[in-house]
Design a protein around this ligand. Structure first.
Ligand code: ZN
Ligand code: ZN
Length: 121
C-alpha cells in the first residue's frame, strides 16, 4: 500500500496495489496541466485507488475525448488521469504526489514528439 496526498494535504489517498511501471508523458496537455516538461504517472486499477480524505475537493477537467484530469480545488495539485478508451478500469496517479518511494524498474517515455529540446533522455 502506498499513501499519497496533494500539496495542501486536503486530499489523501491510498494505492492498494504496487504499480508495475512508470510512464513519463511528454504530450502538450500534460506539459500544460503539470506546468512541467513532462508528467510522470503510475497506474493502478480504479478499484485499487482509495480516496481517504477530501474527495469532495477533487475537480475534473475533461481535456480531450473521455479523458478526465483530476486536481485539488484548493491547491491545484494534479493528481489523477482517467477515462482512456483502452484502459477503462485503470487510473493514472501523478507519481510525485505519493508520500513514500515507489520503486518501479520499468520507465517508459511516451509522446516524445513534443519532448522539450533541451531534455536529453
Ligand atoms: Zn490540495
Ligand atoms: Zn500526456
Amino acid at each position: 500500500m502506498l499513501k499519497g496526498s496533494c500539496l495542501c494535504t486536503a486530499i489523501e489517498f491510498t494505492l492498494m496495489s504496487k504499480p508495475k511501471a512508470i510512464t513519463a508523458c511528454h504530450c502538450r496537455m500534460c506539459q500544460k496541466h503539470h506546468g512541467a516538461p513532462f508528467a510522470v504517472y503510475v497506474s493502478v486499477l480504479k478499484t485499487h485507488l482509495s480516496i481517504n480524505k477530501g474527495a469532495q475537493l477533487l475537480v475534473s477537467y475533461n481535456s480531450s475525448g473521455e479523458i478526465q484530469r483530476q486536481f485539488c480545488q484548493k491547491c491545484g495539485s494534479s493528481l489523477f488521469w482517467l477515462g482512456s478508451d483502452s484502459h477503462t478500469d485503470w487510473v493514472s496517479v501523478a507519481l510525485s504526489t505519493l508520500d513514500e518511494p515507489c520503486n518501479v524498474d520499468k520507465v517508459k517515455h511516451i509522446h516524445q514528439e513534443s519532448k522539450v529540446c533541451w531534455l536529453d533522455l
